[in-house]
Design a protein. Sequence first.
Length: 178
Amino acid sequence: MPRRIVDISMHLENDVVSDPRGFGPKIRYFDHKMSLGQMLPFFPGLKAEDLPDGEADYVTAGCGMGYAATMYLLERGVRLTGTDAWSWDAPFVHTAEKYRRTGDAKLIWEGHKAGREIGYCHLEKLHSLEALPGDGFMIACFPVKIRGASAGWTRAVAIFDDAILEASRRGQAGAGAG
């Protein structure tokens, strides 16, 4: 029997009318321009107008997927990617070095910006990825709705049968035994 999912939650936003005065959420919004002062020192000579859409604010650690790697996945039909790192793109310390050598501002957030050519979603800061089987599972993601935000957090869960997990574990054990 087909089922339908209907999102009946409301956006998280300031001044929710249904909350009593003083008990509603309080969100402080920081756009990329507000954090520009933290980012520019990584890239001597870079000006705000050089950045893709004039945006900024990534720190120094993460895994790093570039434009070519992201496009490789997207061209093969992948529409959801994920990492246990804080960002999809390379850390600024690595991107800054490439920028110093080339002067090419397109290197900044190149993995993220690949989605402008082929739309996709990606999840960051995932946990317990080692508990997943190699294949045969689904991911369900329900993002928290934050009005006016370009990103937010999500409750991501993997769905699979225990039999699939057991078969995957046997396959891994068998692969190492030969």
